[in-house]
Write a protein that binds this ligand. Structure first.
Ligand code: TRP
Length: 456
């Protein structure tokens, strides 16, 4: 097994930033507001936060310890920890999910490139009012070739960084990007609060209507939690295989969860005050919501200072691209590490396989907004189908199996040693952590699955 000579992340901060870089991405800034809008606002956010704390944190720590202990790609990790058992299918399922998610995620990444380009060339100033932004978005995504071009560019950049390797490529990058992203998001929240409909937007985000919660909403919130935290498919497990023995797993998970949740909630606070301020915008606009709303934010909030609006919008879209990039890199890395180590190919060849497959499926997903919009599976377009299967099925299932694996299968002493770094760290919540993994996570996820099945 080619696991001896693995690269490591260079510093503790690097570890947190690389993991946070994977977690923070379009899931926070694009998918979260979209799900909040479609699932009724504050009530959804509440369920989401509960899922993050009681499912997200324990599953993240589990992925970390599985990865670091086995020091290998996610499929091999299970073979090392549970030799001769079917557990490695959890890892294989993760690699498979990685292909699936990356294939449709990259489509939205392409959109960010177009928006950055349009902002930089001052193209939005000619667009005008809200309806025009809607038309602009719809025209763009249904265009037969433009989104494909952007998608391919994004995929190739990801490919290049993954081939250059873990430390050089990923770590340096996240160090600069994360703080800048948080800063500019903060500025935009302030801008959005100053808009005329901000009170309505805040009510939508903060005043829960508990009548709106059903298992569909809970499944969406749970799926979003796993998606946003990059959980359930071996992504953080693969990253953790590059952690040193000094890293405090619980603390790292805590930091990543806090940063990720902060960015998601703040994105909500940027989008919804604006949605309720501009006639023609609706909260449940689906995947286009953020892309249609954002240009309005820049337009209205900086109405009297067009130059500032220009500067901020370009900066924002560039940061959006970078945060999406740190996420695509992490998904790509799961499959690349697997192919590289399993089939003894070079990293470059492994990465090439991943890039080619995802590019092909990505093209199909992208075309499902235009030419292929009539091609549906179970009533979903291809894009929506990929999204549904990964976020609402594979990731929660992966999370459930990882919980069972850590809670019931793994040797308790080994788990304790990984979490406390051989007894050097004090971890007061250890028993509670095991309790969540043994009972809460499997039963909660299982119950929601069963309920959704019965409903269907
Ligand atoms: N979490 C990232 C986001 O919010 C997306 C992502 C990266 C991801 N790696 C993942 C999602 C692994 C699921 C699994 O944008």
């Amino acid at each position: 097994m080619a696991v001896q000579e693995r690269a490591n992340f260079g510093s503790k901060l690097g570890v947190i930033l690389a993991s946070a870089g994977s977690a923070v991405g379009l899931g926070n800034i694009w998918r979260f507001p979209c799900e909040v809008g479609e699932n009724g606002g504050a009530a959804f956010i509440l369920v989401y936060l509960i899922c993050v704390v009681f499912l997200g944190v324990p599953v993240m720590v589990s992925e970390f310890l599985i990865g670091r202990h086995s020091r290998s790609n996610t499929a091999t990790a299970y073979k090392i920890l549970a030799p001769g058992t079917p557990w490695h299918f959890v890892g294989l399922m993760g690699v498979f999910s990685g292909f699936l998610i990356l294939s449709y995620y990259i489509v939205v990444c392409g959109w960010t490139l177009e928006y950055a380009w349009t902002a930089a060339s001052n193209g939005f100033s000619q667009v005008g009012d809200a309806m025009d932004y809607t038309a602009f978005f719809n025209n763009f995504v249904s265009n037969p070739w433009k989104p494909l071009l952007y998608l391919a560019v994004f995929m190739l950049i990801t490919h290049y960084i993954v081939v250059r390797g873990v430390k050089e490529g990923i770590e340096k990058f996240s160090k600069v990007m994360m703080p800048m992203l948080l800063l500019i998001i903060g500025v935009l929240v302030v801008c959005s609060f100053s808009m005329p409909g901000s009170v309505k937007g805040l009510t939508f985000l903060l005043k829960p209507d508990f009548g709106k919660i059903d298992t569909g909403v809970v499944l969406s919130a749970m799926g979003q939690a796993f998606f946003s935290l990059s959980l359930g498919m071996g992504c953080l497990c693969t990253y953790a295989s590059y952690f040193t023995k000094e890293v405090n797993l619980m603390k790292t998970a805590g930091s990543v969860v806090v940063i990720d949740t902060l960015v998601a909630v703040m994105s909500g606070f940027i989008i919804f005050p604006a949605v309720f301020s501009v006639p023609g915008l609706i909260p449940n606009a689906g995947p286009g919501l953020v892309f249609i709303t954002l240009p309005n934010v820049f337009n209205i909030a900086f109405g009297n200072y067009p130059f500032l609006g220009y500067v901020f919008s370009v900066m924002f879209y560039v940061l959006l691209i970078l945060s999406a990039l740190t996420s695509t890199i992490s998904m790509h890395e799961v499959a690349t590490a697997y192919i590289h180590e399993k089939f003894k190919m070079t990293r470059a060849k492994g990465a090439f396989v991943v890039t080619s497959v995802c590019l092909s499926f990505g093209v199909l997903c992208s075309l499902s907004f235009g030419v292929l919009s009539d091609m549906t599976i179970a009533g979903f377009t291809l894009f929506d189908f990929f999204d549904y299967v990964s976020a609402k099925f594979l990731m929660p299932l992966g999370g459930m199996l990882i919980s069972i694996f850590t809670g019931w299968y793994l040797d308790r002493k080994m788990v304790w040693e990984e979490i406390t770094n051989e007894g050097r760290l004090r971890v007061p919540m250890f028993k509670f952590y095991i309790f969540l993994l043994k009972y809460v996570a499997p039963l909660a996820i299982g119950a929601i699955f069963v309920h959704e099945l019965i409903k269907a």
